[in-house]
Design a protein around this ligand. Structure first.
Ligand code: T5A
Length: 206
């Protein structure tokens, strides 16, 4: 079967990073070659871009357009140099966040128009899209508590509740319009239940 590009999406602390190795192990148990990546980041240069995006700079505010462009700079670099070539080599790729994060955070959260996002996307990655997206849906309070328990909050995690509410709504709106691509997973349940539900979706996809 052709290689799969699988993305994990959701608000802070939803459990995306926790699920990446679980999905990898499952796919490998089916005899598949798997590579895992994250956005922003995932390569040496992309991790440098990530640092600008997530670190807190009290002296200078990163403007919304610069944030959008940096997200897509990291994505373009990763898609061109790693994701496309590795898919061609027969690897499945699991990516912790991808394009839908920009629709949710820069579109929903920051209020950048879809027209502007689509233009930036077009020059960055063209019509490249995932084969499957798992949207981990979680109550914002639970997610942020999980993220806080991990330690210092990054630039995004310091945003107010209404920012994350707009992000969550943008995710859910997109999922409702793209039911063929996006599977919503109830992520507030215990890890074993979440894992079982995710593996069920993957089994169906394979
Ligand atoms: N961003 C990113 C944009 O604005 N635009 C973009 O285009 C992109 C790509 C950094 C930020 O960048 C923004 C969004 C982000 O704010 P990030 O660091 O990847 O991106 O994102 P975060 O969501 O901040 O990553 P987190 O690590 O906080 O969330 P995860 O990965 O969803 O959560 P995870 O797996 O680390 O779990 C958090 C804690 O919960 C526990 C885990 O053990 C961990 O301690 N946990 C559970 N506990 C109970 N029950 C469960 N089912 C659990 N699942 C996990």
């Amino acid at each position: 079967m052709a290689s799969l590009f699988i993305t994990l999406e959701g608000t802070e602390g939803a459990g995306k990073s926790t699920l990446v190795p679980i999905i990898k192990e499952y796919l490998e148990s089916k005899g598949r070659k798997v590579l895992t990546l994250r956005e922003p980041g995932g390569s040496e240069i992309c991790e440098q871009i990530r640092e600008i995006l997530v670190s807190v700079n009290d002296n200078e505010k990163l403007c919304d357009t610069a944030e959008l462009l940096l997200m897509y700079a990291s994505r373009a670099q990763l898609v061109e140099n790693f994701i496309k070539p590795k898919l061609k080599e027969g690897f499945d790729i699991i990516c912790d966040r991808h394009d839908l994060s920009s629709i949710a955070y820069q579109g929903g959260g920051r209020g950048i128009s879809m027209d502007k996002i689509n233009k930036v996307r077009e020059v960055s990655i063209g019509d490249f899209r995932p084969d499957l997206t798992l949207l981990l849906d979680i109550d914002l309070d639970i997610g942020i508590e999980r993220a806080k328990a991990r330690g210092k909050l990054d630039r995004f995690e310091r945003e107010a509740q209404d920012f994350f509410l707009r992000v969550k709504n943008a995710y859910l709106d997109y999922a409702k319009k793209h039911t063929d691509l996006v599977h919503i997973i109830d992520a507030k349940q215990d890890l074993e239940t979440v894992k079982a539900n995710v593996l069920k979706v993957l089994e169906e996809k394979l």
